[in-house]
Design a binder for this molecule. Structure first.
Ligand SMILES: [Ca+2]
Ligand SMILES: [Ca+2]
Ligand SMILES: [Ca+2]
Length: 380
């Protein structure tokens, strides 16, 4: 599975033959990359990897020098199906078929002369309508240029290696942009810039960079209203937070070791039911994956909402709240740890609530981002 070390002379001979079959340079579109293949993949935060199809040596320009790292990586194949994004191999596998072969010369030819020597521009907007309408479209006037990241500003110094297949291989250049006021703008993306200042293919959009609040359906709090005491109560649901301390982290593995292999109790508020993150009915490896998927997710409090109109209820888990909350409850107000053996029940008295009011709660994280709304409760 691992790469074969060819003597340098053989490699050169190989490339002369290959170059005979592939016409280089093609120079189809010198300048900034504008193909769909050049679209930068983004996660939940403003972190991305160097993305310039054909730029295999990561110097920001596609030219004949990019053949060298391809030659040095020939016959590498991915474990199991694609190279992890943080490896230079992921870049060199230009046709993304999980193998580094002579066919990956094509991306060099197709992008010959392309460059991202101008680094990356970082944009934000309050509406996704401000996202560029095409890969070549100029940035819209209501999209804010929040900053610029030069190629030299990579967080991965030249020559940095990463572990792969029980050895060290070259890392891919990584870039990061710190969002100073995360709640200021909702939609973010980056665009590559060439040496002449032209902007290319916009990245995937990041909504609420840095948000760590749960927004999956399984994290909807279950709320109810007690008309005798004028109390709104809700059970804490937070996918992956098996020990009920408000955060999804490795400490949640402890609960899995307690119940591992066991059939889950049918009591939805029991500790074993809570630890069954994938709801398979058994505590098993799938529940470890849930921790990975939701790692760093946080609930540090709940915002309580009241409205006479159903229309104010969020129509998606990540929707911005249209109202100000009538109250908030910080996590200091209920003791997670004491209730670790049973689902936390949180409550608030709302003596001024009138009949026909709708109530719901939403969790929030350290930044104040809001997550999955609870069910709607109607005050009779
Ligand atoms: Ca290059
Ligand atoms: Ca390939
Ligand atoms: Ca936890």
């Amino acid at each position: 599975m691992s790469g074969k070390k060819l003597p340098a002379v053989l490699k050169t001979v190989g490339f002369i033959l290959i170059l005979g079959a592939v016409t280089l340079p093609v120079a189809a579109q010198a300048g900034v990359p504008v193909s769909d293949q050049a679209r930068i993949e983004m996660g939940r935060s403003l972190v991305w990897y160097h993305t310039c199809p054909g730029d295999y040596n990561q110097d920001g320009l596609v030219n004949a020098s990019d053949i060298t790292p391809l030659g040095a990586s020939l016959n590498e194949s991915a474990l199991p199906d694609e190279f992890p994004s943080h490896l230079q191999f992921a870049l060199i596998d230009g046709d993304r078929n999980g193998m580094i072969t002579v066919a990956d010369l094509t991306a060099i030819g197709a992008n010959f002369g392309c460059d991202v020597l101008g680094g990356y521009n970082v944009y934000a907007a309050d509406s996704q309508d401000e996202y560029p309408t095409s890969n070549t479209a100029p940035s819209k006037p209501n999209a804010y240029l929040m900053g610029h990241v030069a190629l030299a500003d990579t967080t991965t110094p030249a020559g940095q290696v990463a572990d792969y297949d029980e050895r060290k291989v070259l890392a891919r250049k990584r870039f990061a942009f710190d969002v100073e006021y995360p709640l200021e703008h909702r939609y973010w993306w980056v665009r590559p810039v060439d040496k002449n200042g032209n902007e290319g293919t916009p990245s995937e959009m990041v909504v609420d960079p840095g948000a760590n609040v749960p927004r999956d359906d399984l994290s909807a709090a279950v709320a109810s209203w007690d008309s005798q005491t004028f109390t709104l109560s809700w059970y804490y649901y937070h996918c992956g937070d098996y020990n009920l301390d408000g955060f999804v982290d490795i400490s949640d593995l402890t609960q899995l070791t307690v119940y591992f292999g066991e059939t889950v109790s049918s009591d939805e508020n029991s500790a074993s039911y809570i630890a069954d993150g994938d709801r398979s009915g058994v505590i098993d490896a799938g529940d470890i994956e849930v921790i990975e998927q939701h790692l760093n997710s946080a609930v540090v409090g709940y915002a309580i909402y009241a409205s006479a109109s159903l229309a104010s209820y969020p129509n998606t888990n990540d929707a911005s709240s249209a109202l100000e909350p009538i109250a908030t409850i910080g996590y200091n107000s209920w003791n997670y740890a004491e209730q670790a053996q049973y689902r936390s029940l949180i409550s608030i008295e709302l003596p001024d609530i009138t009949a026909n009011t709708y109530l719901w709660v939403r969790p929030y994280d350290l930044f104040g981002y809001e997550g999955t709304p609870s069910n709607l409760v109607q005050v009779e």
